[in-house]
Write a protein that binds this ligand. Structure first.
Ligand SMILES: CC(C)(COP(=O)(O)OP(=O)(O)OC[C@H]1O[C@@H](n2cnc3c(N)ncnc32)[C@H](O)[C@@H]1OP(=O)(O)O)[C@@H](O)C(=O)NCCC(=O)NCCS
Length: 168
């Protein structure tokens, strides 16, 4: 069943925050953030982020549940505003492999193409499924940040740095 995607706006702040919290909780080896990082973020700050950034949400066929998200953060520096950072890609486990992630990515890429020249992202180097997904969308690895994140028990995560050029 095809997911229904749209831009998330300020009124979606609660659902967006809940899904982010879920992603950091259920996938501790996929993100550089911990659930504690999100737990105390005020809803007003989340709403401001949804207004400032460009975040796509995927909903189930009944439109009753947010099942996936992905966002773009713009850079406003004079010398860096040709780039955007793609962040927070997450699809609930039951909907992976369904095309929902592709729908989200398509929405993000369409928006990025209209606004910037390069999209960058970071992905934990052992996250082969996500790496493959980004490669399929044309992202290329250009480096690795070793020990980019540290789980509480001394479990370090390396992150692969990837970029997609909209224009050569
Ligand atoms: C990353 C994510 C959004 C991708 O969505 P998805 O629905 O799983 O993606 P798809 O199924 O469309 O694509 C995954 C690709 O990886 C491949 N794959 C699956 N498991 C794999 C594995 N263990 N190793 C290598 N490739 C794998 C699939 O075959 C598919 O490739 P293909 O299209 O060439 O066949 C989703 O898996 C997710 O939410 N994961 C948990 C959170 C996460 O890791 N987020 C990324 C943070 S950077």
């Amino acid at each position: 069943m095809r997911a229904i995607c749209r831009r998330l706006n300020a009124p979606d702040a609660q659902d967006f925050q809940s899904l982010r919290f879920e992603s950091f909780t259920l996938e501790p080896r996929a993100f550089r953030y911990a659930p504690e990082d999100e737990a105390h973020v005020a809803l007003s700050a989340v709403a401001a982020r949804l207004t400032r950034d460009f975040v796509i949400g995927a909903f189930n066929a009944e439109r009753s549940q947010l099942i996936g998200v992905g966002g773009l953060a713009w850079s406003d520096g004079v010398k860096t505003r040709h780039k955007a950072l793609l962040y927070g890609m997450y699809v609930k486990a039951a909907h992976r492999g369904s095309g929902a992630a592709d729908e989200i990515m398509k929405g993000l890429i369409d928006e990025a193409r209209a606004k910037v020249e390069i999209v960058t992202l970071t992905v934990v180097s052992t996250n082969l499924r996500a790496l493959r997904f980004y490669e399929r969308w044309g992202f290329r690895a250009y480096g690795v940040e070793e020990r980019s994140a540290k789980n509480g028990d001394g479990d370090y995560l390396d992150e692969t740095l990837m970029a997609l050029r909209m224009k050569s």
